[in-house]
Design a protein around this ligand. Structure first.
Ligand SMILES: O=c1[nH]c(=O)c2nc[nH]c2[nH]1
Ligand SMILES: [Zn+2]
Length: 465
């Protein structure tokens, strides 16, 4: 499949990104030059369009007619695209539907039936197309997706992400036990073989994994036999492909793992003993892990996807993110849709803030996460979790242009709106930092005016891309 052509671009105006876990960096009156491969080739401070075209274009051997120019309006800023480190594309139609269930009941009631139904490829096309468009519209430029057990439907998700231009990790969901008879892998061997089929398909459509990467996906220990997990561990060793799974989300699940795998020290050890705990492993949830488990995760350099909306919605618990960060574990954010009710990483960021306050209310005041920290987890932290920390998550020369243009409404003299309406009202007296805080806690996809992945415009609000 041919990749979408991208021209050279010049972005002008205000830029905001996370320099580190505790520092947001803002630069105004700046020019960012992005080449036809979607790579930032220069960043020039104190630079307007005239200076960019007259002084910088000749240095880059660029001609004005070849370059698309996009400038921020007052109050707007470019921000790195969000990275969703854990999301189930196959559960998208269920977003918001969870009743009063907890994990195991939720899986059987809502989740397995929906996933199984996507073996029908016309249904899968509708669901996956909408999921990709919806997440792009919320600024998600990279997603680590769970698909389903079905190889054709999983391959279809890879095709659609590529054609819509969303950077994605695509996981065929492996499970050969404790799941519906008609929705599981036939055997450990077929589970590994079917995973190979998706790996081969992605190698064909995106050789070099410019945008799409397969990810080895044992659903979670309770639904995988030891043989299947060993086979997938061996597949990781052979291919060095990333791995994603769930861990320690819910007390009943943890009790099940203890019963099913009594010879292993704990839940984390089950994955470790099967070759599935590596620097390329993304562990979703980790709500109830012990000190010993966290130390092992750190030792293996495995990563954690914090899914706060999901953990509250299906009453799993409050993950101790500060504690993980203090141990030096890399953490990113996941929507975990549809355990999480929302496809938005902005929503995940504010839920991470609120959940950290609930942890603080149990006696650890230092647990509170700041605005800088939640935005870091949503961008740079997520990039490290998916193994792309050197390519995406911030604005630096050599990194790729995965970005969103954020805009907020400004209030006129009599309380009306001067510009496009939206959920955030800017009066004009707020500091720049206050504007960012108002966006994070009140904003939504109406503020995401445009989105780019690898330099390609993939979403424009109220417009055609
Ligand atoms: O949040 C979750 N979503 C799932 O689909 C799932 N499967 C196992 N464990 C899970 N947790
Ligand atoms: Zn999940």
């Amino acid at each position: 499949m041919a990749s979408h052509p991208v021209g050279k671009s010049l972005f002008l105006g205000s830029f905001v990104h996370c320099k580190s876990l505790d520092k947001i960096e803002t630069f105004h009156d700046t020019a960012v030059f992005v080449d036809e491969k979607g790579v930032i080739v220069a960043i020039e401070p104190q630079c307007d369009e005239k200076k960019a075209t007259e002084s910088l274009f000749p240095k880059l051997c660029w001609k004005s007619g070849d370059v698309t120019i996009r400038s921020t309006k007052p109050g707007q800023f470019f921000f790195p695209g969000f990275i969703d480190t854990h999301i189930h594309a196959s559960q998208f139609p269920n977003a918001g539907i969870f009743g009063k269930t907890t994990l195991l009941e939720w899986l059987n009631t809502y989740t397995f039936p929906m996933e199984r139904s996507l073996a029908d490829l016309s249904r899968a096309t509708r669901v996956y197309t909408r999921c990709i468009q919806r997440t792009l519209s919320h600024g998600t430029t990279t997603a680590s997706y769970y698909a389903t057990v079905s190889v054709p439907a999983t391959n279809l998700l890879a095709d659609l992400c590529l054609s819509h231009g969303q950077r994605a990790f695509i996981g065929r969901c492996c499970m050969d036990t404790l799941s519906p008879e008609d929705y599981r892998d036939e055997s450990p061997e077929s589970g590994v073989e079917d995973t190979r089929k998706t790996i081969a398909h992605i190698a064909e459509i995106d050789p070099g994994n410019q945008l799409i990467t397969p990810i080895i996906t044992p659903r979670f220990a309770p639904s995988c036999s030891s043989e299947l997990m060993s086979g997938l561990g061996a597949l990781h060793k052979e291919t060095n492909l990333p791995i994603q799974t769930h861990i320690s989300e819910n007390h009943n699940e943890i009790a099940m793992v203890k019963e099913l795998f009594p010879e292993h020290a704990h839940y984390t050890a089950v994955y470790d003993d099967h070759g599935l705990l590596t620097p390329k492993t993304i562990l979703a949830h980790a709500v109830h892990i012990s000190e010993e488990e966290a130390d092992l995760i750190k030792k293996r350099e495995a990563k954690i996807s914090h899914c706060p909306a999901s953990n509250s919605a299906i009453t799993s618990g409050a993950a101790r993110v500060r504690w993980m960060l203090n141990k030096g574990i890399e953490v990113g954010l996941g929507t975990d849709m549809s355990g999480g009710y929302s496809p938005s990483i902005l929503e995940a960021a504010r839920q991470a803030s609120l959940v950290s306050r609930h942890v603080a209310m149990t006696g650890d005041d230092a647990a509170k996460l700041s605005i800088e920290e939640i935005l870091y987890l949503a961008t740079k932290g997520g990039a490290k979790v998916v193994g792309l920390g050197d390519r995406i998550g911030g604005f630096e020369t050599g990194m790729e242009w995965d970005a969103q243009l954020i805009g907020m409404g400004s209030v006129d003299e009599v309380g009306g709106m001067k510009e496009e309406e939206g959920p955030v009202d800017i009066f004009g007296w707020e500091s720049w930092d206050n504007c960012i805080e108002k966006w994070v806690f009140n904003g939504d996809d109406r503020n995401t005016r445009a989105v780019w992945v690898k330099g390609r415009l993939v979403h424009e609000r109220n417009g055609c891309k």
